[in-house]
Design a protein around this ligand. Structure first.
Ligand code: CP3
Length: 342
């Protein structure tokens, strides 16, 4: 069997034999083999032990016909070495011990060397590349400043980002200092991931849809652009993803990225027009459609492929991550369906 380079070709908007597909959160609780490992290890244990993280990264590649692997890790790992310790608490998600709320808090954060403090992630990458033997490319990732700052400031997940925005509007200098620090660290971390062997990177700005276009331009874009520029300079394809971004896509594209991720709240063809046909696009099925009935899920996938219209540069994905209650058979059937459509 030849090397599967569909995903990388689509990132570069080259013709492909079938639309490439991978899924955000393709490794996770919906898979019995992941739950078996999670029964014996915490999420942070898995992230910090290269053998376990590599094993979990490969689970969906073995089980589902995906065209890329995504490193098993977490967006928030870089908070601890910056001086923002946190844990994942069952039923609550991430909990930050002492959220960042003031100028003084930001002054006490530290830059760090990812090649030392996150060396376990880089070891995972080396291991995964070896075990993949070129079957599919490996995607690395990191968070964008707005999304990272929202966890650091809120102390956990949030529905309105009130504390985040209060700091942003109330103390813009502190905000920009914090985001500038995230941008330096994330840029360097992504370069280190590429050095270790990832063949593409995705920047997750999962919660940036909370911002208006003007606020996005003022408070997020300058920092995200710096990260995208550092990633671009490595030469690997860069995916720029967010959710709730229908009003931001055009501006997100100006910030950078070879591929722009879109969620399901906007039809794929409208999104592509906004970002421009000189960019590749990734998306954008509603993850809830994978809960059933399969006919409805396939109709949704077919609609997306029709809107992509065979134009080079479409990577099929969901608009956000796979939900834990998703039947594995539906994920398998969806990947199979996408590959079978022309
Ligand atoms: O996509 C993949 O298969 C790779 C693995 C991956 C994880 N986190 C593992 C994980 C990736 C790409 C991430 C990124 C991440 N982490 C994001 C951005 C992606 C997104 O969904 O927008 C965010 C916001 C985080 C922070 C985070 N991690 C939260 C808010 C939570 C709790 C919510 C939840 O789903 O429980 C996590 C936990 C987490 N990270 C899980 C996984 C598989 C849940 C696993 C578990 O408890 O076993």
């Amino acid at each position: 069997m030849g090397v599967n380079d569909r995903f990388l070709r689509a990132c570069r908007r080259e013709p492909v034999d079938a639309t490439p597909v991978w899924f955000m959160r393709q490794a996770g609780r919906y898979m019995p083999e992941y739950r078996a490992i999670r029964a014996r290890h915490t999420l942070l244990d898995i992230c910090r032990q290269p053998e376990l993280a590599a094993q979990v990264t490969l689970q969906p590649v073995d089980r589902i016909d995906v065209d890329a692997a995504i490193l098993f890790s977490d967006l928030l790992l870089l908070l601890a070495p910056m001086g923002i310790p946190f844990d994942f608490v069952k039923g609550e998600g991430p909990v930050i011990e002492r959220p960042v709320r003031s100028a003084d808090d930001v002054d006490h954060l530290r830059q760090f060397e990812p090649r030392d403090e996150l060396s376990h992630v880089l070891e995972t990458i080396t291991l995964v590349r070896k075990e993949l033997e070129g079957r599919v490319p490996l995607i690395g990732f990191a968070g964008a400043p707005f999304t990272l700052a929202s966890y650091a400031i809120e102390g956990g997940p949030s529905s309105n980002y009130a504390k985040t925005k209060a700091l942003m509007y109330g103390e813009p200098k502190v905000w920009h200092k914090l985001c500038d620090m995230f941008a330096s660290i994330v840029g360097d971390y992504l370069v280190a991931q590429v050095e270790a062997g990832v063949q593409a990177v995705q920047i997750f700005d999962s919660w940036v849809g909370a911002l208006s276009p003007d606020d996005y331009r003022e408070f997020a874009l300058p920092h995200t652009s710096r990260i995208l520029e550092a990633a671009r300079a490595t030469g690997v394809p860069v995916i720029h993803f967010g959710t709730g971004t229908a009003t931001l896509l055009e501006t997100m594209a100006t910030a950078g990225g070879d591929v722009i991720g879109a969620d399901w709240r906007i039809p794929l063809d409208d999104a592509w027009r906004l970002i421009g046909h000189d960019r590749a696009i990734q998306g954008n099925l509603d993850p809830t459609l994978l809960l059933g009935p399969p006919e409805r899920m396939m109709d949704g996938a077919e609609d997306i492929l029709r809107r992509a219209a065979g134009r080079p540069g479409h990577i099929f994905n969901l608009g956000h991550g796979i939900l834990p209650e998703t039947p594995v058979e539906n994920v398998q059937a969806l990947a199979h369906f996408v590959h079978g459509q022309r």
